[in-house]
Design a protein around this ligand. Structure first.
Ligand code: ACO
Length: 388
């Protein structure tokens, strides 16, 4: 008889990892032992990619090597760019990203058994190419030609360059770089778990990342960033925050970008993103998104306390993602794609970790359907399929 566990696997340990650790009660996140409070202000995304994929921070020589490799692998196969040009311009960016990432497998080398190679270089390839896909679709749907990647720029700088054709200001590049660092890994979250389940069947890295992308898109996970943006646009300004929050909670809905399964205190990533949102808002000059976001978070806490004394709620990583990415000029429906461009570092690290010591992930379920009974021939079936 299987053991019944909590719905949603809450509190269930399904494996171990050396990539990252989430300490939900104290609000700490570490990548291979390094606190994101240290990584966010000090490390670049490329350093974090090396940390997650190779197991240690790079020295200068190793950093130069991974930057060179990332720069060299950014371009997309021409047929995939052509495919994007034939997609309806109304297509949702996450649908395009998931489809084209899956398509990358069609153009990747295979071994003697016809299988794709799932190694650290394929992982770097995906880290390099995903921002190119997002930026290319961003331009194609606006009726513009995609811009070829610039191998000299950082991942963050190059993404912004490929969108606009302009090398970004350091403030913008650093903001996106820090965002990617903060999003790079988060233990066995839903999309990473999906990637590991796929990899455990010995599906290749393209298939496993496609499973992760599919799992990220829902608004209880990475889709919340786009949903939080829509909330901020609806609220319009800080003065409307409390009335808006009351309306949402009274109608039994959730405030997107708030709450977290693991964190019982504020998500440590939210603090860095909030500070970045404030700085960017001052740089961009005038947009009310940061102030609105701050007011919505405050109002959520206040109204929830009133409704359920003793309960509280905090912003998660997706909440201040909205003002940061919006102030970088990125459209709201692309936010989940940017999340994926950071998380690909963690997903691919987890896939390689799973493959290095694999066992098929195959849990059980209790059966609570009808009891077993005889097969009913079709001519004897009533409206519900049982005997007429
Ligand atoms: N707004 C209002 N109430 C909330 C919210 C929220 N955002 N989040 C949780 N609650 C309330 C629930 O209504 C519930 O109340 P109840 O006990 O009175 O029924 C209680 O808090 C617990 O909620 P659960 O859904 O059981 O908690 P769970 O651990 O499953 O939720 C989740 C985690 C799904 C993230 C939830 O907080 C949520 O829906 N947030 C909004 C979506 C979101 O921001 N997702 C991104 C998460 S971060 C990430 O994936 C990168």
């Amino acid at each position: 008889m299987p053991t019944v566990v909590d719905r949603g696997l809450e509190g269930v340990v399904v494996g171990s990892t050396q990539l990252s650790n989430v300490e939900g009660t104290v609000g700490r996140l570490t990548y291979r032992g390094y606190d994101i409070d240290d990584l966010a202000p000090n490390a670049t995304f490329e350093e974090v990619v090396h940390l997650l994929l190779y197991g240690h921070l790079p020295n200068r020589h190793q950093l130069d090597a991974i930057k060179r490799e990332l720069g060299a692998r950014r371009s997309l196969p021409e047929p995939l760019v052509n495919a994007m040009e034939n997609v309806p311009k109304t297509a949702w960016p996450m649908d395009v990203l998931r489809t084209i990432v899956s398509g990358l497998g069609l153009f990747s080398p295979v071994n003697a058994h016809g299988e794709h190679i799932s190694d650290v270089h394929t992982a770097i390839e995906l880290v390099a190419k995903m921002p190119t896909i997002v930026a290319a679709w961003d331009r194609i749907r606006r009726g513009l030609e995609p811009i070829a990647p610039n191998p000299e720029l950082s991942t963050a700088g190059n993404f912004l360059y490929m969108r606009s054709g302009k090398v970004p200001h350091t403030i913008e590049e650093d903001a996106l770089d820090m965002y990617l660092v903060l999003l790079a890994d988060h233990s066995f979250n839903a999309s990473t778990f999906a990637a590991r389940v796929a990899a455990s069947t010995r599906a290749d890295i393209y298939a496993s990342v496609t499973a992760a992308l599919a799992t990220l898109q829902g608004d209880l996970h990475g889709g919340a960033a786009s949903a939080a943006y829509r909330t901020l646009v609806d609220v319009k300004s800080a003065e409307n925050a409390e009335a808006y929050v009351r309306g949402i909670l009274e109608s039994g809905q959730r405030i997107m970008g708030m709450g977290h399964r693991e964190y019982k205190v504020r998500d440590p990533r939210a603090r860095h993103l909030e500070a970045m949102a404030k700085e960017l808002s001052a740089y961009v000059g005038g947009g009310p998104l940061y102030e609105t976001a701050h007011a919505v978070e405050e109002a959520s806490r206040k109204v929830l306390q009133e409704r359920k004394p003793g309960n509280t709620i905090y912003a998660n990583v997706d909440f201040y993602t909205a003002p940061v990415l919006a102030d970088l000029g990125i459209p709201g429906d692309e936010f989940t794609c940017l999340f994926a461009c950071g998380r690909i570092a963690g997903w691919s690290g987890h896939i390689l970790e799973q493959l290095a010591d694999n066992r098929l992930i195959r849990p059980q379920a209790t059966y609570d359907g009808p009891p077993s009974g005889p097969y009913v021939p079709i001519e004897k079936r009533g409206a519900n399929g049982s005997k007429a």
